[in-house]
Design a protein around this ligand. Structure first.
Ligand code: SF4
Ligand code: SF4
Ligand code: SF4
Length: 264
């Protein structure tokens, strides 16, 4: 695999420029990277637009010569902080890939516990791991772009990469999941006694969960002007317990609801 980005691909005789991209994982389940590889139907087209120089899930070759770094996962260890800073120095564009990278994701549930030493012991027993508070990438380095979702939606990643390669602007939806849900003609889950964060969550997943009769858990974080307090009130008025409401709002870390969790 070439690593200089200026390979011999042409269109109408004009040499094409393919940005060199690298994928890295930190504390994560690696599901977001898997999503990209899952899209077999369009994977070859996608790869023709960029030159992948590092992608541990997909290839053994690797190079430090990249322009765009896609980073999956949150930061929980000191060595991860150093590694992330090194990647930031090399990359022209650093993209947070998935909710773990954007705002901690499910990992940040650990931050609910005050005694992290006890948590470490409970999880790792006699083989402790140096793992502290969960932090999103933006706590440590400048993040140029965020791709939300747990996991990310592969079509959205491809669209963003195509726009990056073509130098086109990238516009993420600002409106809530409810807009997509209504367009998909779903019956509102609240009508069926199910909680749903669709009114305050950023769209872009095509209302994935409500389409499958499951309420939204807010994995893409808040829509613009999301009124979290009003959402809580509506859910409470509908009879949902404080615990149910908090569990849902805190699951992915996109909605900072609890002062004790304000370590970001
Ligand atoms: S955002 Fe979700 S799917 Fe992606 S790495 Fe984190 S836990 Fe896995
Ligand atoms: S099911 Fe959820 S996303 Fe759909 S309309 Fe109701 S609140 Fe909005
Ligand atoms: S409906 Fe909500 S929880 Fe489900 S994928 Fe979309 S944003 Fe994530």
């Amino acid at each position: 695999m070439k690593t200089n980005g200026a390979d011999d691909k042409t269109y109408l005789g004009i040499p094409l420029y393919r940005p060199r991209v690298a994928f890295f994982e930190f504390t994560s389940c690696e599901g977001c990277q898997l999503q990209i590889l899952n899209n077999e139907g369009t994977l070859l087209d996608f790869l023709s637009l960029v030159e992948v120089v590092a992608f541990r899930e997909a290839m053994t070759e690797k190079s430090d010569d990249y322009e765009i770094a896609f980073i999956e996962g949150s930061i929980t260890r000191d060595d991860e902080v150093e590694r992330l800073k090194k990647i930031r120095k090399k990359a022209k564009v650093l993209v947070a890939l998935g909710s773990c990278a954007c705002f901690g994701g499910v990992n940040q549930l650990k931050n609910r516990f005050h005694d992290l030493i006890a948590v470490n012991k409970m999880v790792y027993g006699e083989h402790p791991v140096n793992s502290g508070l969960v932090r999103p990438l933006c706590d440590i380095v400048k993040v140029d772009m965020q791709i939300f979702g747990c996991p990310v939606k592969k079509e959205e990643v491809e669209k963003i990469v195509i726009n990056l390669a073509l130098g086109k602007s990238i516009v993420l939806p600002k409106y809530p999941v409810c807009m997509e849900c209504k367009a998909n003609e779903n019956i509102c889950l609240f009508e069926q006694g199910e909680p749903c964060l669709g009114p305050i969550t950023r769209a872009g997943c095509d209302s994935w969960c409500p389409n499958n009769k499951a309420g939204c858990w807010g994995c893409r974080g808040p829509a613009d002007d999301a009124n979290v307090e009003q959402m809580k009130k509506v859910m409470k008025d509908l009879g949902f317990s404080d615990e149910t409401i908090m569990d849902r709002l805190e699951c992915f870390g996109g909605f900072q609801t609890d002062e004790k969790n304000g370590q970001r």
